[in-house]
Design a protein around this ligand. Structure first.
Ligand code: AMP
Ligand code: MG
Length: 511
């Protein structure tokens, strides 16, 4: 026997002691057979520090920053294991920009385990940026601070806007360099979700012809997340239809708040209908239906106005993977196509609510397309327009703030006549309508320039060589984003149109 191996095994300092956060775990995904994942521990980061922390996400599993700050940094950085977890990287595949890629998987994410929160809810805890895995391909297994802060803010913001999403509990950074277009520094996001299973998880087992594993995965998802489908004579079809409907409602939400995902590959589509895998996402500032937030997306496949049809296309990829279980092509198509009706219903309801309408009438879609044409013509700020529309008065006695925000007043007036008529017809009361509208039309979103300001302060020492990193803006911005529908006079500047310098900001996939 090689004696150096023995020495290696008994070196006491090589195994860090686990951190006990007092959490209970039920690692059900790790109970699935080995075909679904590879077990491995995170690769630690040197001298880590806490960049951001979401109290509301942490409360879901009963963790507080004050009590557990250092312990959290140790766990999220990957430097110490979390007691009770069983870390693994999951395998999946998927269609990227329309092309099937046979093997993807968690190339830089690790599922730690499934924590049981105080209310009994189960939350998978996942580290994103925790080092290389067998699925890393050419990647380094890391995430940069910039994109980690964006994912943290983006997912918490969408949650508080009421849009289904994975959550982000914390971001931990390190001065360890990471090489992208320029040299940046590493960070890890601790994400939370009931499950991180994707359309691509099913595609992988379908395309590798692992039929038993495919069925096992479907049964796992049904039992844990769609138990009601078990009562259906065709449980897998019922499941597919439910995914289609949830996806439809999700996309209608995105369209309503002007959210552009940026990389709607099937590996970035959650089977729970959640927003997942934040990359070059953006909330639109000035409206352009064809807005492309990801500058690597040269053909605009994932442009804002493409999202509804891309989600439908993606459901076909999931449906194809499930056909061996549903055993009926026509019924599978019908389940997928339930997306169309549900999207149309959800989008109409969303836009009626944005207009402050209490009822839905046959011609309301014309009112919606009319207003969208106005915004398109002048590239009006999406968020501020809808927010301001709540000041519209049925009797025309308002201070014309909305009207004044357009250059082509005659065009606005023509639309306003129809809007006013429609409001009168349902006896709309200005004050009541304004309250309703302000509950669906947010004042605060993650504007690119706001995230950028927080990122620049948090990155300070690397760019200037010696400046101090300042994470206070991440914290302040999160506080604002946690109350997107409120009026926060002290944060008025966070609701303003972007400054000129922000117009040249570009977002790419290299996160
Ligand atoms: P994304 O577009 O970020 O969802 O990633 C697509 C695929 O590439 C997934 O399998 C990721 O795990 C993998 N990936 C992305 N960035 C990296 C990286 N830096 N290192 C390893 N794998 C990565
Ligand atoms: Mg992804």
């Amino acid at each position: 026997m090689d004696s150096s191996l023995v020495v290696e095994q008994i070196t006491p300092t090589s195994v860090p002691t686990p951190v006990d956060l007092g959490l209970r775990f039920d690692n059900s995904f790790a109970q699935l057979p080995g075909a679904f994942y590879t077990r491995l521990a995170p690769t630690g980061l040197s001298d880590p520090y806490l960049v951001g922390f979401s109290e509301s996400a942490a409360a879901l599993i009963g963790v507080s920053a004050d009590a557990n700050r250092q312990a959290l940094v140790d766990v999220v950085s990957g430097n110490r294991p979390l007691a009770g977890t069983d870390p693994l990287a999951a395998v999946y595949s998927g269609h990227q920009f329309g092309v099937y890629v046979p093997r993807l998987g968690d190339g830089r994410a690790l599922l730690l385990g499934e924590a049981i929160g105080p209310s009994g809810e189960h939350w998978e805890l996942q580290l994103k940026g925790a080092g290389k895995t067998p699925y890393s391909r050419m990647g380094d297994g890391r995430a940069v601070l910039r994109s980690s802060i964006r994912e943290f803010l983006g997912s918490e913001a969408l949650h508080h806007l009421g849009v289904p999403t994975t959550r982000a509990l914390a971001v931990v950074g390190s001065d360890q360099p990471v090489f992208r277009e320029t040299t940046e520094t590493a960070a890890v996001v601790l994400r939370m979700s009931p499950s991180f299973i994707r359309f691509g998880s099913f595609e992988y087992f379908y395309w590798t012809k692992q039929h038993d594993a495919l069925r096992q995965l479907a049964d796992y998802v049904l039992d844990h997340f769609y138990p009601e489908c078990r009562d259906d004579p065709q449980p897998y079809l019922a499941f597919l239809e439910q995914v289609a409907r949830r996806t439809a409602r999700l996309v209608a939400h995105w369209q309503g708040v002007g959210f552009c995902h940026g990389v709607l590959n099937t590996d970035n589509m959650s089977v729970l209908g959640l927003t997942i895998d934040y990359g070059p996402f953006a909330f639109m500032d000035s409206f352009d239906a064809g807005y492309i937030c990801n500058h690597s997306d040269v053909n605009g496949r994932y442009a804002y106005n493409m999202q509804p049809q891309i989600a439908h296309w993606n459901l076909y990829a999931l449906g194809q993977a499930l056909v061996g279980l549903t055993d009926d092509i026509d019924a599978t198509k019908a389940a997928i196509d339930s997306y169309l009706k549900e999207y149309s219903r959800a989008a109409s309801a969303m836009f009626c609510a944005k207009l402050g309408l209490e009822t839905m009438q046959a011609n309301d879609d014309l009112l919606v397309t009319g207003v969208i044409d106005l915004l398109q013509a002048e590239h009006t700020d999406w968020t501020n327009f809808w927010r301001m529309l709540s000041t519209f008065r049925v009797d025309g006695s308002d201070g014309d703030a909305v009207r004044d925000s357009f250059i082509d007043r005659a065009r606005f007036d023509a639309w306003a006549v129809r809007y006013r008529e429609r409001l009168r017809a349902e006896g709309s009361v200005d004050t009541e309508r304004a309250k309703r509208m302000n509950r669906v039309n947010p004042k605060y979103i993650v504007r690119n320039h706001l995230a950028e300001i927080a990122i620049r302060a948090a990155s300070a020492s690397t760019s200037s060589g010696g400046g101090t990193r300042d994470f206070s803006e991440v914290e302040r911005l999160l506080k604002v984003l946690e109350r997107p529908y409120d009026e926060l006079p002290e944060f008025e500047s966070y609701a303003q149109d972007p400054p000129d310098w922000a117009r040249t900001l570009e977002l790419s996939c290299s996160s």
